[in-house]
Write a protein that binds this ligand. Structure first.
Ligand SMILES: Cc1cc2nc3c(=O)[nH]c(=O)nc-3n(C[C@H](O)[C@H](O)[C@H](O)COP(=O)(O)O)c2cc1C
Length: 189
């Protein structure tokens, strides 16, 4: 953990972070992110895309957060408001980590076809994307254009780093170190 974090342990205490997990091989790292955020006193609610649930189970994130994972937009919660709006309203910050090329493209295009894209689209709080993908996908000009467009609109990015990728290649696209993601969360809260 970076030194700067330990100097301000209470900075994000009591805040609610909505953690969006998408279908990347790095999805398992969401578990560590939950633990780091909770250690700092955040309340964490997870939203998973359908693809993310192919990589890690909702049960894992439910156990780590102590809260139900939001997956199905069409299953109304017992309380009033539809979940896809209530989730973003309750959040102080939305962190999408790992963020696929797909969620980046959908957000940039205003596509809202699942609970995570709807929560991001209806949010008023800061939204951070931490992309993770193959270097060819990350360097694709369309993906780069979408990232630039989202930055311009006020979305935040924690850039991926160069490293050994799951496909066996060396290149950019490795999820940023978790402490740098947490640092960005702290600076935006
Ligand atoms: C084994 C495997 C690993 C994948 N890893 C990534 C990844 O790291 N980043 C990415 O953008 N897409 C990755 N994909 C493709 C996404 O899962 C796919 O685009 C999916 O539609 C994303 O949906 P979501 O954004 O709703 O989670 C991977 C697919 C498979 C089968």
């Amino acid at each position: 953990m970076a030194k700067s974090n330990s100097k301000r342990p209470d900075r994000i205490k009591g805040k609610t972070v909505l953690l969006g997990v998408t279908g990347s091989i790095a999805a398992y790292k969401a578990c560590d992110l939950v633990n780091l955020l909770r250690k700092k006193g955040c309340s964490v609610k997870c939203v998973m895309s359908g693809s993310a649930a192919r990589f890690i189970t909702p049960l894992t994130l439910e156990t780590l957060t102590g809260r139900k994972v939001a997956e199905d937009m069409f299953r109304l919660p017992e309380t009033s408001e539809p979940a896809h709006i209530a989730l973003s309203e309750a959040a102080d910050l939305i962190l999408v980590a790992p963020a696929t090329a797909d969620i980046i493209g959908k957000t940039a295009s205003g596509i809202c076809d699942d609970i995570l894209t709807c929560a991001v689209c209806s949010s008023k709080c800061p939204v951070i994307f931490a992309p993770a993908m193959n270097d060819l996908m990350f360097n694709n000009p369309v993906v780069q254009d979408k990232i630039a467009y989202l930055r311009e609109k006020g979305y935040h990015f924690v850039d991926p780093v160069t490293g050994h990728l799951a496909c066996g290649r060396e290149g950019i696209g490795h999820l940023a170190p978790l402490d740098s993601i947490i640092e960005r969360v702290e600076s935006l809260l």
